[in-house]
Design a protein around this ligand. Structure first.
Ligand code: 3PG
Ligand code: MG
Length: 399
């Protein structure tokens, strides 16, 4: 790979230099309390930040959180993240209450060697996500003024052509951080020559989100196991009734076509857990997929499905998993996701968990993270990588 790395930058010496680090600190927050519910992405960037602190750099961290609309919005503030990051680093994080304004300028100017600052949410500025090159460029100029060098460690955002990801590296000496390197190293094993059988498990709510990756994976994988909300559109495509389950009507023909072309590689659920309502305490039962009552909705895969999927996973030498099998946040509908996750940990295989919900599920269900080969911090990013797309954040580092 023709990408310079953090080690190259450290070898040049960073003591007293300002290093701008793009991190993906987009962590899930509790809707009621605003507390961080999964700090995995904060922990994932610690190796890079720790190395820079150790080397005496003035570390300026920037990130997005959620999808604010280009203006300050308190519910998306990085304040709680600054607190947690400070706890994990064991040193206070200097917080700028804006991204490139007066507070940011003062905070960066006041940094001593080996100290860390966090700028407020990048997406409080329209320039971050703008499609207009000039608008993005103007914001990138302001950000780049805070660094003598740039480190991209925001793997979860490398698929975004945003100012902090794509335009800043064009303005500063740039390197890939430890997390970005590790993610690319692992995912390139899957797109290269994976040890077989190569089994992929996909879940999550929408087929439309996963269509491109299914198309890209079908020729490569030995088995594709499909659960989660998206399985109902496939079941419908097989002529089954799915009650009031999630259904993407305009994707039914596409799913039918995929099943025809899949050569038997696609495995669908044989039983599902159906409920009266989308609620943690809703009355529910397990039914065969050809017996879903018209007034009920599927919220998890059933035990026979878990057994069948687990058998396929037990044969695998390489596994990629993205997307929960059911509404795992509700204990009544978590068994499918837990069962599949456990089968993955038991398989004698190199396993990769795609980021986002599946990574959060692993931690929320209290599974041992170290029993997976790799847990990605990128949801969309890891999928786009597997699709073989050019990722703007990686391309920008290559130049
Ligand atoms: C993610 O959570 O997928 C990344 O942080 C990217 O966020 P985005 O999908 O809002 O660009
Ligand atoms: Mg996303």
């Amino acid at each position: 790979m023709s990408i310079r790395t953090l080690d190259d930058l450290l070898a040049e010496g960073v003591s007293g230099r300002r290093v701008l680090v793009r991190a993906d600190l987009n962590v899930p927050l509790d809707k009621q309390t605003g507390a961080i519910t999964d700090d995995g992405r904060i922990r994932a960037v610690l190796p890079t930040l720790g190395a820079l602190v150790e080397a005496g750099a003035k570390v300026v961290v920037c990130s997005h959180l959620g999808r604010p609309k280009g203006a300050p919005d308190p519910q998306f503030s990085l304040v709680p993240v600054a607190g947690r990051l400070g706890e994990l680093l064991g040193a206070p994080v200097h917080f700028a209450t804006d991204t490139v304004g007066e507070s940011a300028r003062a905070t960066v100017a006041d940094l001593a060697d080996g100290q860390v600052a966090l700028l407020e949410n990048l997406r409080f500025n329209a320039g971050e996500t703008s499609k207009d090159e000039a608008e993005r460029g103007a914001f990138a100029d302001q950000l780049a003024a805070f660094g003598d060098a740039y480190v991209d460690d925001a793997f979860g955002a490398v698929h975004r052509k945003h100012a902090s990801v794509f335009d800043v590296p064009a303005r500063l000496p740039h390197v890939a951080g430890r997390l970005v390197l590790r993610e690319v190293e692992v995912l390139s094993k899957l797109t290269g020559d994976p040890e077989r059988p190569y089994v992929v498990v996909l879940g999550g709510s929408k087929v439309s989100d996963k269509l491109a990756v299914i198309e890209a994976l079908l020729p490569t994988v030995d088995r594709l196991l499909i659960g989660g909300g998206m399985c109902f559109t496939f079941l419908k495509a097989q002529g089954l009734e799915v009650g009031t389950s999630l259904l993407e009507k305009d994707m039914v023909d596409t799913c039918r076509n995929l099943l025809e072309r899949a050569d038997g590689k696609i495995m669908l659920p044989v039983d599902v857990v159906v409920a009266d309502a989308f609620a943690p305490d809703a009355a529910h039962d397990t039914v065969r997929v050809d017996g879903i009552p018209s007034h009920r909705l599927g919220l998890d895969v059933g035990p026979e499905t878990v057994a069948g999927f687990s058998a396929a996973l037990s044969q695998a030498k390489t596994i990629f998993w993205n997307g929960p099998m059911g509404v795992f946040e509700m204990p009544a509908f978590a068994a499918g996701t837990r069962g599949i996750a456990e089968a993955i940990t038991k398989a004698d295989a190199f396993s990769v968990v795609g980021g986002g919900d599946s990574a959060a599920a692993v931690r929320a269900l209290g599974l041992d993270e170290s029993s997976f080969g790799h847990i990605s911090t990128g949801g969309g990013a890891s999928l786009e990588y597997l699709e073989g797309k050019t990722l703007p954040g990686i391309a920008a580092l290559e130049n």
